[in-house]
Design a protein around this ligand. Sequence first.
Ligand SMILES: [Fe+2]
Ligand SMILES: [Fe+2]
Length: 278
Amino acid sequence: MTTGLPDTMRSTLRVLFIGDIVGAQAVECVCAMLGDLRDRYRADAVIANAENAWQGKGPSKREADQLFAAGVDVITTGNHVWDNWKSRPLLVQNERVLRPLNYPPGNPGSGMVLVPTPRGMLGVLQVQGRVYLPPIDCPFRAAARAAEQLRREAAVVVVDVHAEATAEKIALGWYLDGQVSAVIGTHTHVQTNDARILPNGTAFVTDVGMTGAFNSVIGMATEVALRRFLYQTAHKYELAEGDWRISGALIEAECDSGRAVAIETFCLQCPDPTAASA
Ligand SMILES: [Fe+2]
Ligand SMILES: [Fe+2]
């Protein structure tokens, strides 16, 4: 990373962002690795996308509790949060579990939160794209409004843009450039090789990638995914196993201005969680 200064002299806030966690065993991977990752990246805060943490669907209280106990500060989700009924009370009860904020009013939960860190307040917000996803409210205007609100309290604001289309995510990055510290893409489960800092100081990556079994089709058992494509009919979703990895990014931003100074993605091998529990 760019800052070679000792932590006591550092004037930046470092945020670790973990990509879509798929299944309970992937939650175990995060729990096993997060302490080391926090140290390695000298992270001041951790955001984790857990929209697939319970059987490929949104987190239940159990998965959320495990992630918070492991050192996660904010959980973001996405379209699959609505597929697990047990996520809904969690969204209401815990303000640190977010869902995309641009779903129509009346849905449970919130899409933005402020959390204290050792280096000042951090704002986190999540929006969802509309290309190949439900036609919810405008993610651009919703994100801009929420960012403006969060920036009254926090210089550093990180946005999770949960979307299918690369162009939609990139457009949102440009739209928010200079308004937030980072715009981090989630949902496609495939890490893109385009992490960069936009001209006005917003760190951006189109997709931060998946945490789970890479011996799979984006987390799903390969045989099931193939049946779906070959026969064009529904087949019961099964989570994959094998080749466990944790994907994410480290974002570093100035504490006073919120301007990003670095972004770095990673995709690291995890110990096999099935071996640990056997
Ligand atoms: Fe996902
Ligand atoms: Fe998603």
